[in-house]
Design a protein around this ligand. Structure first.
Ligand code: ZN
Length: 235
């Protein structure tokens, strides 16, 4: 390939050729190689980065790094998909991929940047559930039932009915409740009810009571929650 570019050594526009070679760069402490492109002046032999080539080379280096260190492995992808009980075809339909795309990723073809982002987002159950709600019409009834009954999708529903309370808690508090519920094989509402009833968790109790006043979505809580057994102070 040949075109014309200004050559600074010649001081004028010259015919140039594009040269490609493998280069090493260090990104975030890791060495990666990528195909860099330069322009070479056909008159003086000087090599330089034409406008756009610098950005392209940086992007190629970033992409090489991402494919090596940020792309999900085939095993990661199988684990992600099976967590939601989805076939390759159904999972692809939910994320908006082509029919055979998941199959090729699970065989080792690396996802490009856009699909990598979607796969990363899909690892969050609530986001996956939102994608599913949009695209569930594209998959069959049997697959839909499997997905809706999967551990992954059910985990997106655990705070269902407790949206107002959940919004008042810090991520650490939410994680603590989730971990405790899981350890004791309780639902999130059951676990919250136990915390609220315990004197050592007055913060949760206070938050819950405020949440009840401000949002009707918490009315699915078990009745024990509204009668905490510790003092709430004078009325
Ligand atoms: Zn030149």
């Amino acid at each position: 390939m040949s075109n014309r570019q200004p050559c600074s050594r010649c001081g004028t526009t010259r015919d140039i050729e594009i040269v490609e070679r493998v280069e090493q760069v260090t990104i975030k402490g890791k060495e990666v190689s990528f195909n860099a492109h330069y322009s070479r002046c056909l008159t003086c032999g000087d090599e330089f980065e034409a406008p756009g080539q610098l950005d392209e080379n940086l992007e190629a280096a970033r992409e090489a790094y991402a494919l090596l260190y940020e792309a999900p492995s085939p095993a990661d992808l199988v684990a992600l998909r099976t967590r939601y009980g989805a076939s390759q075809k159904a999972f692809g339909a939910i994320l908006g991929f082509g029919e055979l795309t998941m199959n090729s990723y699970e065989k080792g073809a690396p996802p490009g940047p856009a699909n990598r982002l979607l796969l990363k987002l899909a690892a969050d159950p609530c986001t996956f559930k939102a994608m599913y709600d949009i695209n569930s019409g594209r998959i069959g009834a049997i697959q839909r039932r499997r997905i809706e009954e999967s551990e992954g999708v059910r985990s997106a529903l655990r705070w269902s009915g407790l949206g107002a309370l959940s919004g008042c808690l810090t991520p650490i508090q939410r994680e603590k409740i989730e971990a405790c519920a899981e350890r004791n094989d309780r639902t999130i509402p059951e676990q919250v009810a136990i915390y609220v009833g315990a004197a050592s968790f007055q913060d949760y109790s206070r938050l819950y009571i405020e949440a009840r006043w401000s949002d009707e979505t918490t009315t699915e809580l078990p009745k024990t929650v509204v009668q905490p057994n510790h003092s709430q102070g004078a009325a």
